[in-house]
Design a protein around this ligand. Structure first.
Ligand code: ADP
Ligand code: MG
Length: 379
């Protein structure tokens, strides 16, 4: 389908296709940029980039999701934002490649993605990683998963202006089917934590309109970095809850509560990965409940819509469901883990109560963990 569309747009078949998934984070929120741990998994939704090299240095790009617009720029030019917000991700990836000492040439690119956008499921990282896979294939760069992730993060940090950590890009590049990935965001070491047989991952999109997400996200990060600095640490990875409390008087209220969230969240990630491996749903439910409460009280990034979804899930299934807001905050999605046999009950409860309590409609996805970046050459 996409190959035909590519042919119609660019007059020739694509030479290759790269695709990368969106992700949902089970737990470990706002820990990645503090050198901590996270536990995401790849969604079955993917961003696909069909590509063909061009010899004139021009990058010409279209997206199936933005059919009315296109962008075209010279691969050698300095980064500058264009007229299409979405295409700035492509400009940013090309700029990040160039700044890393590589010389990306011209390309025809067609993007098509079923990762929901702006819902905390990381459609941006899926796009960056798929684009990087396309350029790596087209120009024969042997980039490993960690390098791809770092380049995607750099594109987003330096050019898009979102100070995200490495989690989204790394899981999108490196995920394996059937398993969550425990990532040590300091060393970038990864360890599988398979989803037990019979368990379901349910993502409930609140459809709450998100605002100020990037600016608030960046402010939270500044609080964390200031707290580490005041505590005399390189980052909060080394901090303990006792250490944070001991410095309370030297920290602002925001710095104190953000830091406390991060250090306690790190413990919850490691405990959750263990609970997952051991198939202990009740333990996992308790850990995710604490994680959500910490997002409410300490990191202050939830909204009534996501709090309501978590409450509906808990009212329906009690400690048979692990549920919390996932992603960058201020709306987006709630992730739930329960027995497959309980999914129907969970979805019925959301159907019955969510609209009534919030005036919004939730969109739900039952997901099996997908694969990371895949690159195929057609010639
Ligand atoms: P999230 O990563 O949580 O989905 P972001 O705001 O970080 O939200 O990224 C969403 C943005 O990424 C979109 O507004 C758009 O600019 C870009 N994007 C994502 N998917 C596509 C796509 N298929 N085509 C073009 N741009 C896309
Ligand atoms: Mg994003």
């Amino acid at each position: 389908m996409s190959s035909t569309a590519f042919q119609a747009l660019f007059g020739a078949a694509p030479q290759g296709t790269a695709s990368a998934p969106g992700r949902v984070n089970l737990i470990g929120e706002f820990t990645d940029y503090n050198g901590g741990w996270v536990l995401p998994l790849a969604l079955p939704f993917r961003c696909r980039v069909d590509w063909q090299r061009r010899d004139d240095g021009t990058v010409s790009v279209r997206s199936r999701e933005y059919p009315e617009s296109m962008d075209s720029f010279n691969s050698q030019d300095e980064y500058s934002p264009g007229e299409q917000g979405w295409a700035n991700y492509v400009r940013a990836v090309v700029a990040a490649l160039r700044e890393s000492g590589r010389a990306p040439g011209g390309m025809n690119l067609l993007i098509s993605s079923d990762v929901p956008q702006g819902r905390g499921l990381s459609s941006s990282a899926a796009l960056e990683v798929a684009l990087l896979g396309a350029f790596a294939s087209a120009f024969n760069w042997p980039l490993d998963q960690a390098e791809i992730a770092a380049l995607g993060q750099r594109a987003e940090n330096q050019f898009i202006g979102c100070q995200c950590g490495i989690m989204d890009q790394l899981v999108s590049a490196a995920a394996q089917a059937g398993t969550a990935l425990q990532i040590d965001c300091q060393s970038l070491a990864t360890e599988d934590a398979a989803i037990p047989e019979g368990w379901a991952i349910v993502v409930l999109d609140s459809n709450h309109p998100r605002q100020l997400v990037d600016s608030e996200y960046n402010l939270r990060r500044q609080d964390c970095e200031a707290a580490a600095n005041i505590m005399g640490l390189a980052n909060l990875r080394e901090a303990t809850p006792e250490g944070v409390r001991a410095h309370q008087s030297a920290l602002t209220r925001g710095q104190f509560s953000r830091a406390l969230h991060v250090v306690e969240e790190n413990h919850r990630v490691l405990a959750s990965a263990q609970a997952l491996r051991a198939g202990q749903l009740t333990e996992l439910a308790a850990l995710l409940a604490q994680g959500h409460q910490s997002l409410v009280e300490l990191f202050e990034v939830t909204v009534p819509a996501t709090d309501t979804l978590v409450a509906i899930a808990k009212n329906a299934l009690g400690n048979r469901v692990a549920a919390r807001q996932t992603g960058g905050g201020f709306g987006g999605a709630v992730v739930c883990i329960c027995e497959q046999d309980d999914v129907e009950l969970l979805l019925a409860a959301v159907q019955q109560h969510y609209h009534q309590q919030t005036g919004l409609e939730a969109t739900s996805f039952v997901c099996t963990p997908g694969r990371g970046l895949e690159c195929v050459i057609h010639e």
